[in-house]
Design a protein around this ligand. Structure first.
Ligand SMILES: [Zn+2]
Length: 356
């Protein structure tokens, strides 16, 4: 087949869909090379599906032979939504919630067989996730794979993606200024009782970070935070679920730790730690670096040492003293001491934590 793959019609449709070539390859689940080396009618079907545009609008299929090839390929393509593997995969998505939100079509009154075996729901899910295969989903939402509910968390990230415009315009991120702002934020957040969440969000937005608050699906424990790049802009996505102020700050600072790494635009998803060893930070250098940056901004190692060396850190007064001295919320100190196994997780000092 001698067609120009990325002709002007395809480029226009990609632009409308907000997809770069890189995004497209991830969502197809294969490399640029396998697309170019073996461009086929099946691959046309896949690209047409992703771009939500009929193939004959994208390419010239007027030749008899081309048209027959394509009709055959589209039948095979639709079959993929009916495979046992794809059905089992699709079932793990929060289907009812997605229907309630209007992202996939309602199937009320339709039998199980019709919903799944016909490929209807799997197709709707692929359409919503904007992928053409499980491989494409794995490549695009790799950050969710290490969690216990990859489908639920990837769908949550997708909800955020749909709310942000992909931006091709680069904005300069002044990383030192942002780090300074985060230091100020830590201090400014000290006395806040009711509006901590909003102040944190306002501060980050002033640094040109897009902040999204997206309700989590109830079918899995709420994720803590996700960070990713939409085009050239960084996005931080938070669940609307209430968490303790220390956990909220730690999650946000972790996400910022990723954005402050100038050499990397890796996405990150922090989800409740459930499967030991699968938790991605254990294997992900960028995540470790993000944690290091977050900790140094929120409560430095030197400060932590000073608190521990005081020997009285299990006392309420001592936490209050260091909270004033270092200008950091007392719950952040308590949480750090718990992470260092200096305090029990059910310590009475948890009274310092408030829900935000
Ligand atoms: Zn991370």
């Amino acid at each position: 087949m001698a067609v120009e793959i990325f002709n002007s019609a395809v480029r226009k449709a990609m632009c409308l869909a907000g997809l770069s070539q890189e995004d497209l390859f991830a969502r197809l689940g294969y490399s640029r090379r396998s697309l170019f080396d073996h461009f086929s009618a099946t691959k046309m079907c896949e690209i047409a599906f992703l771009l939500d545009t009929p193939a004959d609008t994208l390419w010239d299929l007027s030749g008899d032979h081309d048209k027959r090839d394509y009709d055959c390929a589209i039948m095979n393509f639709e079959q993929r939504f009916c495979s046992d593997e794809v059905i089992a995969w699709a079932k793990q998505f929060p289907i009812r919630d997605l229907q309630r939100l209007g992202h996939i079509q309602s199937t009320e009154g339709i039998s199980f067989n019709k919903r799944f075996k016909s490929g209807f729901i799997p197709r709707e899910i692929m359409k919503f996730m904007n992928v053409v295969s499980i491989d494409g989903w794995k490549k695009t939402y790799a950050t969710a794979l290490g969690t216990q509910n990859p489908q639920v968390y990837s769908a949550w990230i997708r909800l955020g993606e749909l709310q942000t415009e992909r931006s091709a315009e680069e904005i300069p991120l002044f990383r030192e200024v942002i780090a300074n702002n985060l230091m100020f934020l830590r201090r400014n957040a000290l006395p806040l009782k009711y509006n901590l969440r909003q102040i944190v969000i306002d501060t980050l937005q002033k640094c040109d970070i897009t902040i999204l608050q997206v309700p989590a699906f109830i079918t899995a424990p709420a994720p803590k935070v996700a960070s990713y790049w939409r085009g050239l802009r960084p996005v931080i996505q938070l669940p609307t679920t209430k968490v303790s102020d220390s956990e909220f700050l730690e999650s946000v600072y972790h996400a910022m730790g990723h954005i402050l790494q100038s050499h990397s635009k890796r996405p990150c998803l922090l989800a409740p730690r459930k499967i030991p060893g699968l938790y991605h930070s254990a294997t992900n250098e960028h995540c470790k670096e993000a944690t290091r940056i977050a900790e140094s901004l929120l409560l430095s190692e030197a400060e932590e040492c000073e608190i521990i060396c005081s020997g009285h850190f299990a006392e309420k007064k001592c936490i209050e003293f260091f909270s004033r001295k270092f200008q950091v919320r007392p719950s952040v100190i308590v949480s750090r001491l718990q992470q260092q196994n200096k305090l029990r997780s059910n310590s009475s000092l948890n009274v310092f934590k408030i829900a935000v």
